[in-house]
Design a binder for this molecule. Structure first.
Ligand code: 6GU
Length: 250
C-alpha cells in the first residue's frame, strides 16, 4: 500500500520509522512518502498561508502549493499504475480506482475502527495536513475532480494541525494491513473490533500486592472464560461508553 503525506513539518513523521510501522515500511508492506508543502512555493519566504477573505483571526493556507503538490503526487501514482488499457471497466469500477485523499480536520466525519478497516484496504491514500485556520476551500473541490476526498476528524477537540491526527490514523489502519501484525488473531479481540470495549487482562503472578487474578481465568474452562470475558465487555461498555451499546443490550 502507498501512503503520501503532505505537510509543512516533514520531520514530524520520523516517528513512522519506529516500532510496528517502521518494520512494515522496511518489509515493503507500507510505502510512506512525505512531501514538504513548502517545496511547492516560489517566494523567498516559502509562504504557504495568507489572510482570510472576509476578515477574521488567523491565517488560511494558500491553494497554489496544495494544488501543485497534490497534482504531482496523483500524476506520479497514475504513472505507477500504467497507462489506461483497453479493458472495459464500468463507471463504478473507474470511480473505485481513483486514489483517496484525506484531509484531517476537526470539521470532518469522525474516524472510527470502521474507517481504519476501510483505509487498510486502499491501495493508495494521500494525507493533506493543514495548519493555521484551515486550507482554502477550493483545494478540496479541485482535488475532488480527480480523487475521492474525505475530511476526517479524530474527535471533538482541536489540535494545532493535522500531523498528530494523521499519525494516529496511520497507526490505526497500518496495523490492519495484512502482514503488519504477526498474529492476526490478536486483532480480533480488541476494543471496538466487535463494537464493545475489551475485557480486562491478567498475567503472572497469580497473586500480586494482595490482588488475585479472577478464579475463572485459572479454571481452564474455556466456555466459562469466554462467557466471563463477554460479561466484562458488556459491563465496562455500559459503565464507560453506554452510547456504544446496541439498544437491546443497554
Ligand atoms: Cl483531524 N485535525 C485537527 N486540526 N484537529 C482535530 C482533528 C483533526 N481531530 C480532532 N481535532
Amino acid at each position: 500500500m502507498r501512503v503520501d503525506i503532505v505537510t509543512i513539518f516533514p520531520e514530524f513523521f520520523q516517528v513512522l520509522d519506529v516500532s510496528l510501522l517502521g518494520k512494515a515500511r522496511q518489509d515493503g508492506l507500507i510505502d510512506v512518502r512525505v512531501h514538504d508543502l513548502r517545496d511547492a512555493t516560489t517566494d523567498r519566504h516559502r509562504t504557504v498561508d495568507d489572510t482570510p477573505y472576509g476578515g477574521g483571526a488567523g491565517m488560511v493556507m494558500k491553494p497554489e502549493p496544495w494544488g501543485q503538490t497534490i497534482d504531482a503526487i496523483l500524476d506520479d501514482a497514475a504513472g505507477d499504475r500504467g497507462a489506461p488499457g483497453l479493458a472495459v471497466a464500468d463507471d463504478a469500477e473507474l470511480a473505485d480506482a481513483r486514489p483517496l485523499v484525506v484531509f484531517p480536520s476537526p470539521a470532518g466525519t469522525v474516524f472510527t475502527q470502521a474507517t481504519a478497516r476501510r483505509y487498510a484496504l486502499e491501495p493508495h491514500i494521500v494525507f493533506g495536513c493543514g495548519r493555521y485556520e484551515g486550507i482554502d476551500q477550493r483545494v478540496f473541490e479541485d482535488t475532488a475532480e480527480r480523487a475521492r476526498v474525505e475530511l476526517v476528524s479524530l474527535g471533538d477537540y482541536v489540535l494545532n494541525g493535522g500531523e498528530v491526527a494523521v499519525t494516529a490514523m496511520i497507526e490505526a489502519f497500518g496495523r490492519l494491513v495484512p502482514g503488519v501484525v504477526g498474529n492476526p488473531e490478536s486483532l480480533v479481540e480488541e476494543s471496538h473490533e466487535d463494537g464493545l470495549l475489551e475485557y480486562p487482562s491478567y498475567t503472572k503472578p497469580a497473586l500480586w500486592r494482595g490482588r488475585e487474578v479472577p478464579d475463572v481465568l485459572l479454571s481452564g474452562h474455556h466456555a466459562k472464560i469466554a462467557a466471563w470475558r463477554h460479561e466484562q465487555q458488556l459491563e465496562r461498555t455500559r459503565r464507560v461508553r453506554p452510547e456504544l451499546l446496541p439498544p437491546e443490550l443497554g
